[in-house]
Design a protein around this ligand. Sequence first.
Ligand SMILES: Nc1ncnc2c1ncn2[C@@H]1O[C@H](COP(=O)(O)OP(=O)(O)O)[C@@H](O)[C@H]1O
Ligand SMILES: [Mg+2]
Length: 174
Amino acid sequence: MITKAIMNDKLLNDLKDAIKKNRKYVGYNIYSVKDGMIAKGNNVESRALNEYIIGRQLFRNNISVPEMYRFISPYLLDPKAEDPLLKEWYILMQEIKGVGLLNVGGEDRKIANKQYVSELEKISQLGIVAEDVVHNVLFDEKQKKIYFTDFEFWKKGTPEEIEKTYAWLKKYRK
Ligand SMILES: Nc1ncnc2c1ncn2[C@@H]1O[C@H](COP(=O)(O)OP(=O)(O)O)[C@@H](O)[C@H]1O
Ligand SMILES: [Mg+2]
């Protein structure tokens, strides 16, 4: 029964296909699964799981992040696989059509920066500490909206860490 369900799992097959056909999106571990959906691979299970759980928590709390659709373990992909790429943990998530924040200029950059500060404030209020954020923000020029990505190393912060972030953000608040 379980095997049959897995065999008929369309998304799982789309993912396998993307990996096997090397449909790279950007970087070395992101694949284009279908329109509007990417898969990010990670060879460390705990990091992939952290990204998925934090990402879902952020999305549920209306922080501007891609929607995390599914977490896929290698056992589901192919338990007997030899190919190391089929032995990774994958997150299926919403594809954000945007450019890196650091490449945004002019009026758009002002809009993006403002959102950046207010979103980080909301993130702190959830008790979460963001890591390496500035390199992992995309700006959707059509929607004029920023999106945070890459939560592999984000974590629940200690009160001291949250305080530190608040103090830092205060400087940017108008
Ligand atoms: N959901 C997404 N939609 C579109 N592009 C993305 C998405 N997630 C990541 N990217 C792009 O892929 C790049 C690498 O992804 P990231 O999650 O930062 O991986 P890494 O852990 O390798 O840094 C990012 O800089 C970003 O441009
Ligand atoms: Mg990154």
